[in-house]
Design a protein around this ligand. Structure first.
Ligand SMILES: CC(C)(COP(=O)(O)OP(=O)(O)OC[C@H]1O[C@@H](n2cnc3c(N)ncnc32)[C@H](O)[C@@H]1OP(=O)(O)O)[C@@H](O)C(=O)NCCC(=O)NCCS
Length: 192
């Protein structure tokens, strides 16, 4: 196993990080997909949803938090994207499952391969939970692929519980995801 590069504190991403965050997203998105997902479908998803323009828009949006940590060269080695507020009208399956309001979505959670097991993912999610608590959110939800056992184990460690399935398109294929949720506030430990 590669030794993880040392990383700085969790910070709010700045516009200059949009390009390297998109490159990190392109390098890590496939790890969240089930075996057999084609590179063409991964590439289509990355081009549509994880471009540098997409990161620039999230970074500029006060209702979105892009949290990251950088290596000594200033390059991001992990990131989370949190979307504030209730799921939009397109998310009917998630809306039917979520129990805690006001809520927010842990929309993306990725660390570079060499950072897996390093504690960076825990620091990123803990920072997201702390921010959500400060904003008065009562819950945080997420969707993760039904076959992504490592991510599910990680999210359970971070206090998330399973709610049920939803469907998620990656390129030309629709995958079954698991929706998970955890409480914020009322003394719930934030995992930091
Ligand atoms: C999901 C992710 C952010 C979690 O970060 P991480 O550093 O790997 O998380 P941790 O190592 O703290 O926790 C993972 C746990 O899963 C366990 N695990 C590893 N492989 C596993 C597997 N195949 N099945 C079940 N559990 C597994 C690990 O042992 C660890 O548990 P432990 O701490 O009890 O030993 C990171 O793995 C990642 O970026 N994965 C690729 C992208 C991805 O899937 N993102 C989630 C999208 S929803």
């Amino acid at each position: 196993m590669t030794t993880p590069r040392p990383t700085g504190p969790v910070i709010r991403a700045t516009p200059d990080l949009a390009e390297p965050l998109s490159a990190l997203a392109a390098a890590t998105f496939g790890a969240a997909c089930p075996p057999g997902t084609t590179q063409a479908n991964i590439d289509a998803f990355v081009a549509e949803h994880l471009s540098a323009d997409a990161f620039r828009a999230w970074i500029a949006d006060p209702a979105v938090a892009v949290l990251t940590a950088v290596d000594p060269a200033g390059l991001p080695v992990g990131y989370v994207v949190v979307l504030d507020g209730e799921p939009d009208a397109a998310h009917t399956e998630e809306t039917a499952l979520i129990t805690l309001h006001p809520t927010c979505e842990l929309s993306k959670c990725y660390v570079a391969a060499e950072q897996r097991g390093s504690g960076l993912a825990r620091r990123l999610v803990a920072a997201a939970l702390t921010r959500a608590a400060r904003q008065g959110r009562r819950g945080m939800w997420l969707g993760t692929n039904g076959e992504n056992a490592r991510a599910q184990h990680f999210y359970r460690k971070m206090g998330f519980k399973e709610l049920g399935p939803r469907h998620f398109r990656v390129g030309a294929v629709v995958h079954e995801d698991l929706v998970m949720e955890r409480a914020i506030g009322d003394g719930a430990a934030l995992g930091g």
